[in-house]
Design a protein around this ligand. Structure first.
Ligand SMILES: [Zn+2]
Ligand SMILES: [Zn+2]
Length: 218
């Protein structure tokens, strides 16, 4: 095995395609499986630029374990939901939307929220179109890093150099869990834009994905 082979990491391109998913599907920009009796996530507005009142997050991505077993689901969960506060935030490693992850057990959701709350104001460039996913699995080499929306793999460094992030809670190395892309290899972009047509990278603690995440825009 060559050195390059040893440095191959499993990756999954989400490969979004315009479609009409339901809350029972993995998707980008479609309806979220959200219980009626649980408060919808709201942004505390602390990192808003300019400062604004807390707005509801927007359902951005949801990924079921049956479709994406590669994700580091905590025990008892089978659904990852990614929410964005679609305003500009001045975060430590990102100028862009804020991100909230919810790891859920889909089987415990019986009655769904009737209507997802909509922000009173948002930046259109952070709002995705509605897409189904046709994943492509591959081994990614550091030398040929895909800039598409993907799980795992290597970070596509663009404007910043390689940075290693540590979990603010336990000090473990964080790993790239999900990267959201401005441009897809297929050419079917979901019409959101991060940084200068770059990527929004979500890094999670290698020990416990429910520790605080890092959002990195490059
Ligand atoms: Zn916000
Ligand atoms: Zn940690």
């Amino acid at each position: 095995m060559s050195i390059e082979d040893e440095r191959a990491r499993p990756a999954v391109l989400l490969n979004p395609l315009e479609g009409d998913p339901t809350d029972a599907d993995s998707h980008i920009g479609g309806p979220m499986l959200w219980p009626i009796d649980e408060p919808w996530p709201h942004c505390d507005g602390a990192a808003h630029d300019p400062a604004g009142a807390g707005e509801p997050f927007v359902g951005a991505v949801q990924l079921y374990r049956r479709d994406f077993p590669e994700l580091p689901f905590p025990d008892g969960t089978d659904l990852l939901q990614v929410f964005l506060c679609t305003l500009h935030h001045d975060l430590p490693h990102a100028y862009g939307p804020d991100v909230r992850l919810v790891w859920r057990d889909a089987a415990t959701v019986f009655e769904l929220i009737e209507e997802e709350p909509a922000p009173s104001v948002q930046e259109e460039l952070y709002v995705p179109t509605v897409n189904v996913l046709e994943p492509i699995r591959f081994a990614e080499h550091e030398t040929k890093t895909s800039g598409g929306t993907k799980i795992g793999g290597w970070t596509a460094w663009w404007q910043s150099g390689p940075i290693e992030f540590e979990c603010p809670e336990c000090g473990s190395v964080q790993r790239q869990t999900l990267s959201l892309a401005t441009h897809e290899p297929s050419g079917d972009d979901v019409e959101w834009e991060f940084g200068r047509e770059g990527n929004l990278n979500i890094l999670t603690c290698a020990k416990d994905v429910q520790h605080p995440i890092t959002v990195h825009v490059d």
